[in-house]
Design a protein around this ligand. Structure first.
Ligand code: PMP
Length: 400
């Protein structure tokens, strides 16, 4: 099929051997050789600490680290000094909850989440709500599995201080109308946080055009290393936020009487950062932008359309989520637990995810204990879909 000719990058992924069909990029992306090389070079040739060295090597590493910050900001249309490096999206959301949230939410204030959120965009807000006495509301989904923004609009009140939504669902692939979400949040004076974990690797993102207040994502889903991610926040918000973790590298001057802090983003980066992670993140962003997010989105949309059509031929299948999902397709097979689907597919050389995908409230909404999920990436092709569908026919034969 013509799909194979859209992107031809599979040979750049050394951890994907011929005959193995990796359909779990929504959990974590495989790494192109360019990223592996950048990490190897950073440890094996360029390595030194950042921000403190008086010697040449450290100054060069600092420049690389800060260049990674600029690249990360540019990927999502933000300003360089608006990006804080974190351990990942999870830590970024916890940072916002505990710094901005504790400073700005009071008893009786409300937070709006949606029914499709990942646990990492639920639990940090529950911890915050318990501490300050705030209340969490849940925006329902439309019948196709999108966050229902007209419902959100009718739920929102002046008591709402924050709306926190996934830009793209990690289970359904549904894409949020983020500009509209920003408008309705701001209408009541609430801030909008977008969980961009699944959007950043799959669709063009421009936080300035969206008009959101916070944006978070993880490097490891954008073809980069684990252990590093980003919080973007509008400069005036970041500048107003109190420190979260204390330690070295975030201070201006320390005395036992009083300590003063560096401006953002350094104020939020206590301790030696994931230096090589940032270098790998930068290489991953360069690699991703080399393909282009428009091209990636077109590629994955074509794969989703082809996958949904092919999966529909399997008797007893249920497909979840909208037709125009971004690179992710969740499904179930009548009478077969998703874990059994995953195990049999593994025997057929097809790696999918089976489970609740860290979105248990969404499983309750869908009325299933779990789903099977196939997710695509730059290296995915029509052969992956053929192997998936063939594998599902094998599941049907085994389960009669
Ligand atoms: N949100 C979404 C939508 C995700 O898909 C994930 C990762 N599964 C996370 C948050 C958490 O990301 P991390 O584990 O990298 O912090």
């Amino acid at each position: 099929t013509p799909l194979n000719s859209i992107l031809a990058v599979r040979d750049q992924f050394p951890a994907i051997p011929p005959g193995w069909h990796y359909l779990d990029s929504a959990a974590t992306a495989q790494k192109p050789q360019a990223v592996i090389d950048a990490i190897t070079r950073a440890y094996g040739h360029d390595y030194a600490t950042v921000h403190r060295g008086v010697y040449e090597r450290s100054a060069a590493m600092t420049a690389s680290f800060e260049a990674a910050r600029a690249a990360t900001a540019a990927l999502i249309g933000g300003g360089e000094f608006e990006v804080v490096f974190t351990r990942g999206a999870t830590e970024a959301i916890n940072l916002v909850a505990q710094s901005w949230g504790l400073a700005n939410l009071r008893e009786g204030d409300r937070i709006l989440l949606s029914g499709l959120e990942h646990h990492s965009n639920i639990v940090p807000w529950q911890l915050l709500a318990e501490r300050v006495g705030a209340v969490i509301d849940v925006c329902p989904l439309d019948p196709e599995g999108r966050i229902d923004l007209s419902a959100a609009e009718s739920i929102l009140t002046e008591q709402h201080k924050l709306v926190a939504f996934a830009h793209v669902s990690n289970v359904l692939g549904s894409i949020l109308d983020a500009r509209c979400a920003a408008k309705i949040a701001h209408k009541v004076g609430a801030k909008l946080l977008l969980d961009g974990c699944q959007a950043a690797p799959r669709i063009p993102v421009d936080v300035a055009a969206i008009g959101c207040d916070f944006y978070v994502f993880s490097a490891h889903k954008v073809y980069g290393p684990t252990g590093i991610g980003a919080l973007w926040a509008r400069k005036e918000i970041l500048d107003s936020m109190p420190p979260w973790q204390g330690g070295g590298a975030m201070i201006d001057r320390v005395t036992f009487e009083k300590t003063t802090y560096l401006p953002a983003p350094s104020r939020f980066e206590a301790g030696t950062p994931h230096i090589v992670g940032a270098v790998g993140f930068h290489a991953a962003i360069d690699w991703t932008q080399g393909i282009g997010l428009d091209a990636l989105h077109a590629h994955e949309s074509a794969l989703v359309a082809q996958a949904r059509a092919a999966l529909r031929t399997v008797p007893g299948i249920t497909l979840f989520g909208p037709e125009d999902s971004a690179g992710i397709v969740s499904f179930g097979l009548d009478g077969v637990h998703p874990h059994d689907i995953g195990t049999i597919l593994d025997d057929a050389g097809v790696a999918i995810r089976a489970g609740h995908h860290c979105a248990q409230p969404l499983m309750d909404i869908l009325g299933v204990p779990a789903t099977a999920r196939a997710s695509f990436a730059a290296h995915s092709d029509a052969a992956d879909i053929e192997a998936l569908v063939e594998g599902l026919y094998k599941v049907k034969r085994i389960f009669g």
